[in-house]
Design a protein around this ligand. Structure first.
Ligand code: GLN
Length: 265
């Protein structure tokens, strides 16, 4: 049935995804998040264009509906930090204020806050999209993560893999994506994981995140569709049995490891 929103039927709907620094900011399979978003759109007949923006590229805030910013080590973060602030900060903020969706992972997430102070004391400026800041910790947090999120008013879990020394703290203008059940999360201290501002999300979950968390992938796609086609834009469900099995497998493995470490298993 034609799914008409603002003149666009399901078969005519298009989305543009912006992939930021794809060659520099891509650790632990983060690029797989873009593949997941593209396929979940295509399975619904939504045409997707992926725009890549690297060093020196300028952005048109109206040219994309969803942006992705992957993780990277301190060295890569230093390499992109100045370019991000000079050339991409304003259009990214403008796009998010206009309702664009955004997903950032670990190093990308850190650079969308106010700053990231590395172990050597270098302070890499962020763009301040998230009211958050990051300082290098004494230890690396490495392992599976399970968190409980009430995004969209529903209690659901997210699973992934973290590997970071940075400890991120949220100010009053940024809400956590969820509460940690297993793992460290933002800083290993306050039980929060990730950050949310409007339809922009940051978190420490590598993996890639989205293939094992289909509900969150669809939340991002729905935000992007509604930004482009209006609040009535809907998204038909997919058969996510395989994705849910992968989700459950990680959650069970993480819980088992936690019990083993606490001796309660
Ligand atoms: N360099 C940052 C840290 O160690 C981010 C690492 C990453 O993106 N996995 O905290």
């Amino acid at each position: 049935m034609a799914d008409r929103q603002n003149g666009a039927t399901a078969g005519e709907r298009k989305l543009a995804i912006l992939h930021l620094y794809p060659s520099l900011m891509n650790v632990y399979g983060d690029r797989g998040n873009v593949f997941s978003l593209v396929r979940r759109c295509q399975w619904r007949g939504i045409e997707v264009e992926v725009l890549e923006a690297g060093l020196g590229d300028r952005l048109d805030p109206r040219a994309f509906d969803l942006a992705f910013f992957g993780g990277g080590q301190d060295h890569e973060q230093s390499a992109v930090g100045d370019d991000l602030v000079r050339l991409k900060a304003e259009p990214l903020r403008e796009a998010v204020e206009a309702g664009a969706a955004l997903l950032s992972i670990c190093g990308g997430y850190q650079l969308l806050g106010r700053f990231f102070r590395t172990r050597t004391g270098e302070e890499i400026p962020g763009i301040g999209l998230f009211d958050a800041w990051t300082v290098a910790g004494q230890r690396r947090h490495i392992g599976n993560v399970v968190l409980r999120s009430s995004l969209g008013g529903e209690e659901r879990t997210l699973v992934g893999f973290e590997n970071h020394s940075g400890k991120t703290y949220l100010g009053p203008g940024c809400q956590p994506l969820g509460r940690v059940v297993v793992g460290a999360g933002n800083n290993g201290e306050d039980g929060a994981e990730g950050g949310v501002y409007r339809n922009a999300f940051g978190c420490y979950l590598h993996g890639p995140l989205l293939p094992k968390n289909p509900w969150f992938a669809d939340h991002l796609i729905r935000c992007a569709l509604q930004r482009r086609y209006g609040p009535e834009a809907s998204l038909p469900a997919l058969d996510d049995r395989l994705e849910e099995l992968a989700h459950a497998a990680i959650a069970q493995r993480a819980q088992k490891l936690r019990h083993q470490r606490s001796g309660a298993w």
